[in-house]
Design a protein around this ligand. Structure first.
Ligand code: HDE
Length: 716
């Protein structure tokens, strides 16, 4: 065997043209050395020296309006290579959308280690406080297509790519810590059931239909996830206000080769916040891009969203004592049992330059891990390890998808993989195999494996497992489907429990098959009898027979960490407040309120019946949005500063009355002056702690007044 030299700096240049990590390559068209032809086609710049249109092979174009014709009124000529190329390229612009998580929004940012944990892991980015690396995060809904709306009731994907100096680490998680199923074998069935029904092609981006609930009723392991999915977690106010979870149990491995289990968490610095269901439905119509716009605008304005990376670390001895199996992705580890330790922070500070090149082409692989992190034997995770590689080949069409800038690591990479469709690198030299002894002849022999630096799999990934047996079987504790579902339900506030019951009633009301409805309610009886009764009453059906439980549930201690409302901080930070004004409104009052909100970290959006300059008391004011196009569902709280005449005029307009009716119905703060009272009366707004005078706004801020909810809607 030839000697294997460690990779030398020379080896780093084996791929001549690729400079991973050198920022975003702009699509530039250059004719080599002619500066006058060098232009950024992406910029759309109007400056005379920058704008010079060429085709994809650099031929300058003289006319971008007219195709080449035989005579003024004649047919188009086949020789028109300019038209041919333009249309050819256009015809092939789309790539297959993701099978799940097709609708997504992404952004760049940075990870910073805030607490070194070398005792737990040798992961290079967690060795020293202050270590940073670039990240790309893509948030997504699961069920809808790429062009569906942002606010259906759905789980949100939370996929993070960390470009570390020891390779890319992709933590491809969700905003819910558990999953519907325990084994990868059931994933295609789950996804088929939730997507549009096979014959009719609807509903889009919705779980409220027969096939989903049919599958769920027959899969009791999904019941814990169903509690989360029917909670307010699946109707987030903003992507900036969702939690993230790695879901599966992973491994940390330290320098000495010692392993511990770990669960990963992302805790939003802005706190968790959700909308109400009625609000989410209305937002879908008012602004289908609500979450995408919110993320883009916040980053654009310099309000960078951030999440703390938390870890729950535990050992095999702890795992062996729990009433659930830590390899079962339908179970979580209560934070009260294993506290979440914060070790880092991601901050998203740069929007993408090009949605397709970055957000659409980013390819996440749960198999992308770095030395210091390893997999567990979670059967769902194990299935994901090969699924994602397949999917990338199918979407991006080539095994060379790692060369697309958003996917390329930002550390050097070198190996003997060669060729393939769309090879954009130019490997040099003869060494495309190993072992070789070309170095002995003075040639570049290429890289070699490094026993020292290379990734080593943790040897005993499950001490309770006997690898000598081949079995199609699940471990015994996987059969407990209800204990944690009950724990989740009982950990919620009364109002949150009512939201869960109402969501179930809504979803099951859309189900047309009686036996499917009955079976789901029969499953709910295993979680909580009261919940099942509320849902049955909401559906006006008799309480069905309890479905059999494979393993009797046990009572676990409720966990406050599972509730949104119990942990809600009242903060203006990151929240958006609308101020309604009209002709004659007092500018000084508007300016004062705006200043107060902004200095508390919120943003203000001025709404008026007309958007151009409106004459107000003390000057002219331009609105950010017109009343009919800026319904109150788009804001966290509203304020209104009007004259009596304007209030009178607006009280005859549906959009104005609805504005207050919805703000009230969605339990938001309404701050108003005296003139607005007329409109409030028309909208049926009753005085309560959240309906306040303008100068009291600060004390109630963007809080949701949940106590009001029972007065405005019937919850199950
Ligand atoms: Fe995924 N999943 N998944 N998934 N998943 C995909 O990969 C799959 C699962 C998650 O923003 C696909 O690139 C299987 C759990 C996110 O680009 C696909 C199984 C969790 C994203 C795929 C699971 C996720 C995906 C579709 C069961 C939470 C979006 C396109 C074994 C921990 C990533 C793609 C992005 C995407 C397969 C289960 C999260 C089809 C087979 C559990 C956030 O490969």
């Amino acid at each position: 065997m030839p000697k294997s030299p460690p990779p030398s700096p020379a080896n780093d240049h084996a791929f001549r043209e690729h400079q991973p990590g050198e920022g975003q390559p702009k699509i530039e068209v250059s004719r080599g050395n002619g500066d006058e032809l060098h232009q950024n086609v992406a910029s759309g710049s109007k400056s005379a020296d920058a704008a010079f249109l060429t085709d994809n092979f650099g031929h300058p174009i003289s006319d971008n309006q007219n195709s080449l014709r035989a005579g003024e009124r004649g047919p188009t000529l086949l020789e028109d290579f300019v038209l041919r190329e333009k249309i050819f390229h256009f015809d092939h612009e789309r790539i297959p959308e993701r099978i799940v998580h097709a609708r997504g929004s992404g952004a760049h940012g940075v990870f910073e280690c805030t607490k070194a944990i070398p005792g737990l892991t040798k992961a290079s980015i967690l060795q020293k406080e202050g270590t940073t690396c670039p990240v790309f995060v893509r948030f997504s809904t699961v069920a809808g297509g790429a062009s569906s709306v942002d606010t259906p009731r759905d789980v949100r994907g939370f996929a993070v790519k960390l470009y570390t100096d020891s390779g890319n680490w992709d933590l491809v998680g969700n905003n819910i810590p558990v999953f519907f199923i325990q084994d990868a074998m059931k994933f295609p069935d789950l996804v088929h059931s939730v997507k549009m029904e096979a014959d009719r092609g609807y509903p889009q981006a919705a779980s409220a239909h027969d096939t989903f609930w049919d599958f769920i009723g027959l899969m009791p392991e999904a019941m814990h996830m169903i509690m989360w999915a029917m909670s307010d977690r699946t109707i987030p106010r903003s992507l900036r206000m969702i939690e993230g979870f790695g879901v599966h149990t992973f491994r940390f491995v330290n320098e000495k080769g010692e392993g511990k289990f770990v669960k990963f968490h992302w805790k939003p610095v802005l706190g968790i916040q959700s909308t109400t269901w009625d609000e989410a439905v209305k937002i879908a119509g008012a602004d289908p891009d609500f979450h995408r716009r919110d993320l883009f605008e916040a980053i654009d304005a310099g309000d960078f969203p951030a999440w703390d990376l938390g870890v729950q670390v535990f050992d095999e001895a702890f795992a062996a004592k729990q009433p659930y199996d830590v390899l079962d992705a339908t179970k979580l580890i209560p934070e009260e049992d294993v506290p979440v330790e914060i070790v880092g922070r991601i901050t998203l500070n740069r929007n993408v330059d090009n949605f397709f090149a970055e957000t659409e082409q980013v390819a996440f692989l749960p198999s992308n891990i770095i030395p210091g992190i390893d997999f567990s034997n979670d059967p769902l995770l194990q299935g994901r390890l090969f699924s994602y590689l397949d999917t990338q080949k199918s979407r991006l069409g080539t095994t060379n998808f790692h060369q697309i800038p958003i996917n390329a690591p930002k550390c050097p990479f070198h190996n003997f993989q060669r060729d393939g469709m769309m090879q954009t690198l130019v490997p040099t030299g003869r060494a495309n195999y190993e072992p070789n002894s070309l170095a002995e002849a003075g040639e570049n022999g290429g890289p070699r494996a490094s026993a020292d630096k290379g990734f080593k799999s943790f040897a005993a990934n499950d001490e309770r497992n006997d690898p000598a047996q081949k079995l199609r079987i699940r471990a015994a504790l996987f059969a407990d489907h209800f204990s944690q579902a009950r724990m989740f339900y009982l950990s919620q506030t009364e109002n949150e429990q009512a939201h869960i019951a109402s969501a179930l009633v809504f979803e099951l009301s859309k189900v047309t098959l009686d036996h499917v409805r009955a079976r789901v309610v029969g499953q709910l009886r295993n979680i909580d009898e009261d919940l099942a009764k509320r849902v049955a009453a909401g559906l006006a059906i008799d309480l069905p027979t309890k479905e059999p439980a494979a393993r009797a549930p046990v009572n676990l201690k409720p966990s406050d960490a599972l509730s949104i409302q119990k942990n809600a901080d009242d903060t203006m930070e990151g929240r958006k407040v609308a101020i309604l004004f009209a002709e004659g409104s007092d500018k000084a009052v508007i300016d004062k309120l705006k200043g107060d909100i902004e200095s508390a970290g919120g943003t203000v959006f001025l709404v008026a019946p007309k958007v151009g300059g409106i004459k107000v008391k003390g000057g002219t004011l331009k609105a950010d949005g017109q009343l009919a196009g800026s319904p109150s569902v788009l804001f966290d709280a509203v304020a209104s500063i009007l004259t009596e005449d304007q209030a009178e005029a607006l009280s005859k307009q549906g959009s104005a009355v609805q504005w207050f009716m919805d703000a009230y119905g969605h339990c938001k703060t309404i701050a108003h002056d005296e003139a607005t009272q007329l409109l409030l009366d028309k909208a049926g707004v009753e005085k309560d702690g959240g309906v306040v005078a303008i100068d009291k706004f600060e004390s109630v801020g963007t809080r949701r007044h949940w106590a009001r909810e029972a007065r405005v809607r019937d919850l199950a």
